[in-house]
Design a protein around this ligand. Sequence first.
Ligand SMILES: [Zn+2]
Length: 238
Amino acid sequence: MSVGPGPNPIDAPGTEEEEWRAWDGLRELPALDMTAWRDVVVIAAHPDDEVLGAGGLMALLADQGVRLRLVAVTDGEASHPHLPGQEVAARRIAESAAALKHIGEVETIRLGLPDSGVREEELRGLLPELVDGFDVCLAPWAKDVHRDHEAAGRAASACGLEVWQFPIWTWHWARPADPRLPWDRAVRVPLPPAVADRKQAAIDCFTSQFEEPEPILPPGILAHFARPQEVLFRDARA
Ligand SMILES: [Zn+2]
């Protein structure tokens, strides 16, 4: 996920997954109806966003015969600043490829934009060609607080497709019933046990993000993505 520099809510202690699971509001969201979806583009700011935020939904869509294209915006080279960026990128690209094998058939297009430096305008300019022929776009939530996620979400909003956005860091910094989140535009995607297992197997591929002493995805954060449902926000422009 690559945390940017400077103090922000991502660095502060966050909400425990138990609190989210204890809140009826998540279970009471309407279920997403994706039965009419045929061609879906998934935008990931970093190699792992797609699986953390929408890996279960992608598996369900793959099983439904939907054509899936992943637009990988960065290669995640900034997650380990003490290591050579190229080395980190190569590892993370391989992790993403291994993870997607658990999800299903996904075409991946890598843009190689700078990790922690994604510019909305540049991505917005690239997207029309990349989403041509697709009907739905999934992207990180434009208010996820991580700047690359937000740039990707805002660029997706302008791509002209039906857009749904998935929160990632939000589960850490937000709280149940949090008024900063657009619950009136939220849907849930329940994950059957076999699909949840595939998502977990995919998450387990991102080993670079779990390494001690300072894992980027410590167990407390990972617990949010082991939840047997995903949540997406319908884009405000849709
Ligand atoms: Zn990320």
